[in-house]
Design a protein around this ligand. Structure first.
Ligand code: GDP
Length: 179
């Protein structure tokens, strides 16, 4: 059997209220977990666990430490450098959060210029159909411009959240295997 890989640090980024805490809760409380005893190392903002992706275990350290409102620029820049991969969240019901995601993508690129850091643009709250302000095609176009993957999710419905985590692991493995 394959040895478990060393932990991948996955950082959640995005404006406040887009669903980062909801993502962390799903990750932490997962029925998807390989061991029944959930997180080995879980706080409010950091959670490490092993999940199975394509039949192979992967250890993810999920960091939900981003605080767009109160963090200093220095702290924010540190976040841009600590991740192996990033889930860049916005809410499809909040256009400002979509614009914020674009800004964050640009900042990320500044800190991660040469490396092909896996990033997935995540349009969350797709269950709130009537409050939608950002269309699927806008999200997809934005991801294409920024050269990253795209997925729409609903943390409330637990829709596509695991697909986002699995997607990030697949990208990390592709990068690992191409080295
Ligand atoms: P954070 O500030 O990015 O951590 O956002 P939270 O995870 O705290 O979410 C903000 C609010 O949006 C909370 O009331 C959540 O219950 C709600 N929320 C998060 N994800 C979804 C979703 O997919 N659909 C709906 N309808 N509400 C959501």
């Amino acid at each position: 059997a394959a040895e478990p890989e060393s932990p991948y640090r996955v950082v959640l980024l995005g404006a406040s209220g887009v669903g980062k805490t909801a993502f962390t809760s799903i990750f932490a409380g997962a029925a998807d977990s390989m061991d029944s005893d959930d997180c080995e190392l879980c706080g409010d903002e950091v959670c490490e666990k092993v999940i199975e992706v394509d039949g192979e275990p992967a250890t993810i350290t999920l960091l939900d430490t981003w605080d767009a409102e109160t963090d200093s620029e220095w702290a924010q820049e540190l976040h841009m450098q600590t991740g192996d991969a990033y889930l860049l969240l916005y809410s499809v019901t909040d256009r400002a959060s979509f614009l914020r995601a674009s800004e964050l993508r640009i900042t990320l690129r500044r800190f991660r210029p040469a490396q092909h850091t896996p990033i997935i643009l995540v349009g969350n709250k797709c269950d709130l159909v009537r409050r939608r302000e950002v269309s699927v095609s806008e999200g997809r176009a934005c991801a294409a411009v920024f050269d990253c993957k795209f997925i729409e999710t609903s943390a409330a419905m637990q829709h596509n959240v695991w697909e986002a985590f699995h997607g990030i692991v697949r990208q990390l493995r592709l990068r690992r295997d191409s080295k």
